[in-house]
Design a binder for this molecule. Sequence first.
Ligand code: SAM
Length: 250
Amino acid sequence: MSRHNGGMSTTHFGFQTVDEREKARKVRGVFDAVASRYDLMNDVMSGGLHRVWKAYTLTVANVRPDDQVLDIAGGTGDLSLGLAARIGPGGLVCHTDINETMLREGRTRLLDKGMALPTLVCDAEHLPFPDERFDLVTVAFGLRNMTHKDRALAEMARVLKPGGRLLVLEFSRVAEPLRPAYDWYSFQVLPRLGAWFANDEASYRYLAESIRMHPDQEALRALIKANGFGHVDVHNLTAGVVALHVGTKC
Ligand SMILES: C[S@@+](CC[C@H](N)C(=O)[O-])C[C@H]1O[C@@H](n2cnc3c(N)ncnc32)[C@H](O)[C@@H]1O
């Protein structure tokens, strides 16, 4: 959430307070740095669990053969790939991200798997699509990095058809008894894994910090509701390490 501080608007970048015009540039730096090792690191850091969380998201998405889907912050394309494989040639999946380096990694990967999808660089806060264009919008592990989450959510509501659904998969607040172990893992182990496997400790420290600064399950439910979604269900996964928010535009 951004704050006004005299003439300057500030926001969070991990635990740092930065001018909000700086945040997008810093986030771009993180994903430019991690893009080539992103898929490997996801498996290493989560012990493969991110595949289970994404598979669950695809099950909840329950797409039909003619569905029109927008995957925001699609990065290296896991959700786009799963959605397109389920929808088949009769529908549409747009694979989008603000970061060209991540998107290129994703597009190459999709093409290697025989999947040619429309791939677009776009900022979730200013979506280049008409109103009521899509049946489903997905965003996995992307919302946390956005400067104005409210604007991005309002844009997602705008491009959805009435009755359309938004799926937000994101790190969330872990159950209380697990917090000490989770904090130890996040701040002691994760940055070291970043250093060993990707030669990049700072990006993985940002990951741990940005998770702590992201709204918890109920705060995110309220934010989604306040930005165009009449109903929001929350599915806690792995004791709240991750949550899937399902918003309906109604
Ligand atoms: C952790 S990656 C997630 C990639 C993929 N969805 C996945 O689950 O593996 C986060 C992505 O969010 C993207 N992102 C950050 N801010 C964004 C914005 N304002 N609009 C669109 N994408 C954004 C980043 O470029 C990055 O590729």
